[in-house]
Design a protein around this ligand. Structure first.
Ligand code: SAM
Length: 287
């Protein structure tokens, strides 16, 4: 049985042996809590031989937990220095394939050979949002995503309408997935400790988006315009769709939405209504 990497002494020993310092600009905060690794693996609900994509294996901490649970892990790591370490630390851990690359530039469907898979990752925080959006927006056969993110980002991902955390990220994530905050992770569970608290978020990807819209692209354009000035009324913000006040007035009337409201009070269903009314009105104007 290999030593459990998720421990302060073992992590220190590995870094010292390979003469490596954590690279802050790559978001390298290594987990040193075996309990947190256990909880992430549990949240991923791994079944034997199941394909799992891990983003940023680091020195193999979570990878080891996933592999020991029986997962078939494909791990993508950007930092070349960590590859020889992973070779060593994951020796005998189970089914693991480490790929050197940038996850944002990776063709994930090809990498996972078209099979359905899960994602488990302690994400590099400097690119949390683009990674989460790539995983949800690309047409990938993902069953479940379990990701460690900054607590503040986790709160935005799960936020409901009406609060300060609710915004374009909440809508993008909830459009594609059923999302919940599983647990909060204090900074001292990492080495080096980050400046922020963290949280693990579980996303169950929907087979169908939660609302029906004429065009996904238009839906996200409307969301972007509505949140362009958070403190302003919808009737002002929606002009950012490149339309005049008269159009906005008709538009809001058609959708039966009060223009004095702010974007943060609108549900996904109301954004869908706005999207579909916009398309209908534009068609009418063209005729
Ligand atoms: N999984 C390890 C753990 O839990 O201790 C390390 C997690 S650390 C927060 C994030 C990891 O992502 C680092 O190993 C970092 O080098 C890697 N990383 C950063 N940017 C990346 C990218 N664009 N593609 C793939 N990996 C990346």
């Amino acid at each position: 049985m290999p030593a459990i990497i998720a421990q302060k002494e073992v992590t220190q020993h590995i870094l010292r042996t390979f003469n490596i310092r954590a690279n802050k600009s790559l978001g390298q905060n290594f987990l040193i809590s075996p309990e947190v690794v256990r909880l992430i693996v549990e949240a991923a609900e791994i079944t034997p031989d199941e394909p799992v994509l891990e983003i940023g294996p680091g020195i193999g901490t979570l990878t080891q937990g996933l592999a020991l649970a029986g997962a078939k892990v494909t791990a993508v790591e950007l930092d070349k220095r960590l590859l020889p370490i992973l070779d060593k630390t994951l020796e005998g851990a189970g089914q693991v394939q480490v790929i050197h690359g940038d996850i944002l530039q990776t063709d994930i469907k090809a990498l996972m050979q078209g099979q359905s898979f899960k994602v488990a990752a302690n994400l590099p925080y400097y690119i949390t949002t683009p990674i989460v959006l790539k995983l949800l927006e690309e047409d990938l056969p993902i069953e479940r995503l379990v990701t460690m993110v900054q607590k503040e980002v986790a709160e935005r991902m799960v936020a409901s309408p009406g609060g300060k955390d609710y915004g374009a990220l909440s809508i993008a994530v909830q459009y594609h997935a059923e999302v919940s905050l599983a647990f909060v992770v204090p900074a001292n569970c990492f080495m080096p400790a980050p400046n922020v608290q963290s949280a693990v978020v579980v996303c169950k990807k929907r087979t169908q988006p939660i609302v029906e819209v004429v065009s996904e692209k238009l839906f996200f354009r409307v969301v972007k315009a509505a949140f362009s000035q958070r403190r302003k009324m919808l009737s002002n913000c929606l002009k950012n769709m490149g339309v005049d006040s008269q159009f906005v007035e008709n538009w809001l009337q058609t959708a039966a939405i009060d223009g004095k409201r702010r974007a943060e009070t609108l549900s996904l269903q109301e954004f869908a209504l706005l999207t579909n009314s916009f398309a209908t009105l534009q068609e009418a104007v063209k005729k």
